[in-house]
Ligand binder design. Structure first.
Ligand SMILES: [Zn+2]
Length: 109
């Protein structure tokens, strides 16, 4: 069984011809194809490669539009998700909600 890339259900099962299917959201995928697409290279402030699901620590205060204060240096962020673009980390931060961060302002926890 493989984890579903769409809903993260752990019950994905082998269907046929390299295809896996998820019993919970009905998503079907080819794990090999997913692996090939997943070549985003995102590095932290020290040049370490980051991956989906990593925890990181914010290394400097980051001002947030509309928030009463910045995200403070030292804030731990769990389960990041890598995205393309300038702000290449998608995550949730307690007290701020869903955020996009730049990988150059975090280090691997
Ligand atoms: Zn699913």
């Amino acid at each position: 069984m493989k984890a579903c890339p769409q809903c993260e259900s752990p019950y994905g099962y082998f269907l046929s011809n390299e295809l896996y299917a998820c019993p919970e959201c009905a998503y079907e995928w080819n794990p090999n194809a997913v692996a090939e697409e997943d070549v985003l290279v995102v590095k932290d402030v020290n040049g370490n490669l980051l991956q989906d699901g990593d925890s990181v620590i914010v290394v400097k205060n980051l001002p947030v539009k509309g928030a009463s204060g910045p995200i403070k240096a030292g804030t731990k962020v769990k389960k990041i998700r890598l995205t393309e673009g300038d702000h290449n980390i998608s995550c949730k931060i307690d007290g701020f909600g869903a955020m996009a961060l730049k990988s150059e302002f975090v280090k691997k926890a």
